[in-house]
Design a protein around this ligand. Structure first.
Ligand code: ADP
Ligand code: ZN
Length: 607
């Protein structure tokens, strides 16, 4: 280890390399570590996967005493502690899952100075007994994870978090660092005031997740599209599929299982036991696809989720970003994939309109939905749109569907006029399906019975196929040029804005619908697991098998032993000696000692 008297920055780097096996700090990590290690308070805003943990773990190791980590995620504490112990860190946790005897042992270790890090559930921490215990221990720092849980407006609100300001009063000399991936200014202000962090330095990172590839495809046959996506892009990978309703969650999971995908379901209507069991399997096993409502959320910190798919439209860009952010926390390439169609717009608008909420709430919800629709319909870079929403400027990313296969746009003014006329001439009483029949001149029982086959608009739109017309109607609604009448079973109506289009005063530009199968990913840049050559891939699979056995033997999740990224690098670089292996990212001193020989043998092709 580096000498105690070496400059702080050097000692921090030494710990990063020797304990965690990483070559360099990322982004603002070095600055944050330096600030907290020197005794300063901090508020850290970093996207999921940005590397928040090291921001308190390294200072806790640098300072005398124990770092106390407050986290609401009890289910994860065991795994977090296991991962730290693998790296040789003296870590433990205190929560309601521990027996009295084991909690006792942890408490004694704390007071005796035998712990580097202690994870504690907030309700436990706030008991007089626990505060008293902390008073008898030497404390390095307090880390308050998921700090947005103080916000009464957010959906992760935890009342106990409101009382955490007591830490500032009881332990004035101990630095506190609050961390969250929630970006908006309102939540930030609430954290500062509720946690008494007015004097803290605020570190705001970019919210970009460059390894996530965003794609939004036209909804055609969503399940078949999903299955094709999983089979072609992510066979055997872990992923999350979000659906709006419990029923759809169950049906989709069942359907995927029927097609040979290892899928599980998760929603708030299931009994707690099944839900917990499914979550644990997802977390611990390789390659499970979790089909879920948004009840499956905070507390998933599986690093190797390779895709997040949406079969239904979320409510806002915030929701979309939070959900897709669960992909690729390990920094390797991952996909955020969504199918989207007119029915989604109709459904979300109806949910807002028919909700019991106050008018101003509905207005906000409606504006948020519009921003999300803008993202869905944009012909420009998705990432630029996303980051702009969070107040960040960016250049086109080259790693989203619109950058990789720029959609054609076309002058849809005439088509829009025809569509709006069809709405008007049929009395503003019909949905898109019937309107498309009328426009395409399809003789159905309904068109005949209603006399719509005698209208001037009948058959005026034969030049576009059905899918193209669906795209036109969807975009008319998304652009506010037509609206959905929920009182009349989703009939389309004109809006104030329609008039200008009908009168030829306003031009309408639209995205051309991308036929299924087209506009898919071109070959990705050779990075991470996906870019491994065939021989390396085989070696990678052998390493994974070894990791599975090892994890099983120790009773920990596979990623706690080593991450995919580390295995991929070993498979590719084939280190022949322990020294070469030590240069691989994610291999610290402890793991080198424990697994070095086995890994070098596997890399050589033995074992
Ligand atoms: P967050 O809590 O912000 O979601 P984590 O702390 O879980 O992020 O880190 C995300 C991933 O990034 C982890 O796999 C971690 O090992 C990795 N990581 C963090 N910092 C570094 C670094 N400086 N170098 C390499 N990998 C890092
Ligand atoms: Zn892009």
């Amino acid at each position: 280890m580096t000498a105690v008297h070496a400059p702080l920055g050097e000692r921090a780097l030494a710990i990063l390399r020797e304990v965690f096996g990483h070559a360099a700090f990322r982004g603002a990590q070095a600055e944050i570590v330096g600030h907290v290690a020197a005794g300063g308070d901090a508020l850290v805003l970093m996207p999921t996967g940005g590397g928040k943990s090291l921001c308190y773990q390294v200072p806790a190791l640098l300072r005398e005493g124990t770092g106390i980590v407050v986290s609401p995620l009890i289910a994860l504490m065991q795994d977090q502690v296991d991962a730290l112990r693998q790296a040789g860190v003296r870590a433990a946790f205190l929560n309601s899952t521990l027996s009295a005897a084991r909690a006792d042992a942890v408490e004694r270790a704390l007071v005796a100075g035998g712990l580097d890090l202690l994870y504690v559930a907030p309700e436990r921490l706030l008991t007089p007994r626990c505060l008293d215990l902390l008073g008898r221990a030497q404390l390095a720092l307090f880390a308050i994870d998921e700090a947005h849980c103080v916000s009464q407006w957010g959906h992760d609100f935890r009342p106990e978090y409101l009382q955490l300001s007591v830490l500032a009063e009881r332990f004035p000399g101990v630095p506190r660092i609050a961390l969250t991936a929630t970006a908006d200014p309102q939540t930030r202000a609430e954290i500062v005031s509720r946690l008494a962090l007015a004097g803290a330095r605020v570190f705001v990172s970019s919210f970009d997740r460059p390894n996530i590839r965003y794609a939004i495809v036209d909804k055609d046959e969503p399940r078949a599209q999903l299955l094709a996506f999983i089979r072609e892009e992510h066979p055997g990978d872990a992923g999350i599929v979000y659906c709006l309703s419990r029923k759809k969650v169950e049906e989709t999971a069942e359907w995927l299982v029927g097609h040979g995908i290892a899928a599980l379901a998760y929603h708030a209507g299931m009994d707690a036991e099944t839900r917990a069991a499914n979550q644990a399997r997802f977390q611990r096993e390789d390659g499970i696809v979790m089909v879920a409502t948004i009840a499956f959320g905070m507390g998933i910190d599986k690093p190797d989720v390779r895709f997040v798919a949406h079969l239904d439209l979320p409510k806002s860009i915030e929701g979309y970003y939070q959900e897709t952010g669960r992909a690729g926390r390990d920094g390797l390439p991952a996909d955020a994939w969504m199918t989207y169609g007119l029915a989604d717009v109709v459904q979300q608008r109806r949910l807002i309109e028919q909700s019991e909420a106050a008018e101003d709430y509905k207005r906000v919800a409606s504006a948020k939905l519009d921003a999300l629709l803008g993202l869905c319909e944009t012909a420009g870079c998705r990432r630029v749109r996303l980051l702009a929403y969070f107040g960040e400027a960016a250049d086109p990313c080259g790693n989203c569907d619109t950058c990789l296969a720029p959609p054609e746009t076309w002058d849809a003014t005439v088509a829009a006029q025809k569509a709006l006329s069809a709405i008007y001439r049929t009395g503003q009483r019909f949905g898109a399906v019937h309107l498309i029949d009328v426009l395409r001149g399809k003789a159905t029982e309904r068109t005949a019975k209603l006399g719509h086959d005698r209208l001037s608009v009948f058959g005026v739109g034969a030049e576009l196929d059905e899918a193209a017309w669906r795209g036109v109607f969807r975009q008319l609604v998304a652009l506010g040029l037509a609206q959905v009448d929920h009182a009349a079973h989703g009939a389309l109506r004109l809006t104030d804005a329609s008039r200008a289009v009908l009168k030829g005063e306003r031009k309408v530009e639209m995205r051309r619908s991308v036929a299924r199968g087209k506009g898919r990913r071109p070959a990705a840049a050779p990075v991470g697991v996906r870019g491994l050559a065939a021989g390396d891939r085989e070696r990678f699979e052998r390493l994974k098998q070894w990791r599975r056995d090892e994890a099983h033997r120790q009773g920990v999740p596979a990623y706690v032993i080593l991450h995919d990224a580390t295995l991929a690098e070993i498979a590719h670089r084939r280190p022949a000696t322990l020294a070469e292996l030590a240069a691989v990212g994610g291999i610290g001193a402890k793991k080198l000692e424990r697994y070095g020989a086995a890994l070098v043998a596997l890399a050589r092709g033995e074992g």
